[in-house]
Ligand binder design. Structure first.
Ligand code: DQA
Length: 146
């Protein structure tokens, strides 16, 4: 099984940005944590973070026919991007939406998620463990570890 882990704008600033909301772990630590978890299960991973919407759209398109599933934290683009929604719909790769913070308890403008309609599950408010729970959800959804 091959999982692509995508992160949107400012996720590269983890550990520095608003630690009260996003914790003190860095992006590099997060990548290692997800990679170790997946390695143990024999799951291949690839990671991509960008502050640019089009770069994320390109990466989703390139995943077509290559990855079995996507774990995606679109960050601020969650609340604005029809382009990311359309890209996920185009490739039809099973996707889990992850948010480190509990967006449901935050500002009104964070209550909208454009990408959600193309995701089979949303996980929020579990800190970076949410990414691991997304991997668990993918294993369950796909029925077996390939
Ligand atoms: C976030 C929540 C978004 O509202 C915010 O713009 C982010 C991070 C989260 O992981 O909690 O950048 O996706």
């Amino acid at each position: 099984m091959k999982i692509l882990v995508l992160n949107g704008p400012n996720i590269n600033m983890l550990g520095i940005r608003e630690p009260n909301l996003y914790g003190t772990e860095t992006y590099e630590t997060l990548v290692q944590k997800i990679k170790s978890y997946c390695d143990e299960k024999g799951i291949e991973t690839a990671f991509f973070q960008s502050n640019h919407e089009g770069a994320l759209v390109d990466r989703i398109q390139e995943a077509f026919g290559v990855f079995d599933a996507i774990v995606m934290n679109p960050a601020a683009y969650t609340h604005t991007s029809v382009a990311l929604l359309d890209a996920l719909k185009a490739v039809k790769i099973p996707t889990v939406e992850v948010h480190i913070s509990d967006v449901s308890k935050r500002e009104d403008f964070r209550q909208v998620s454009f990408v959600r309609a193309a995701c089979f599950k949303t996980i929020c408010g579990l800190g970076t463990d949410g990414y691991l729970r997304a991997v668990d959800a993918i294993i369950e959804f796909l029925g077996e570890e390939k």
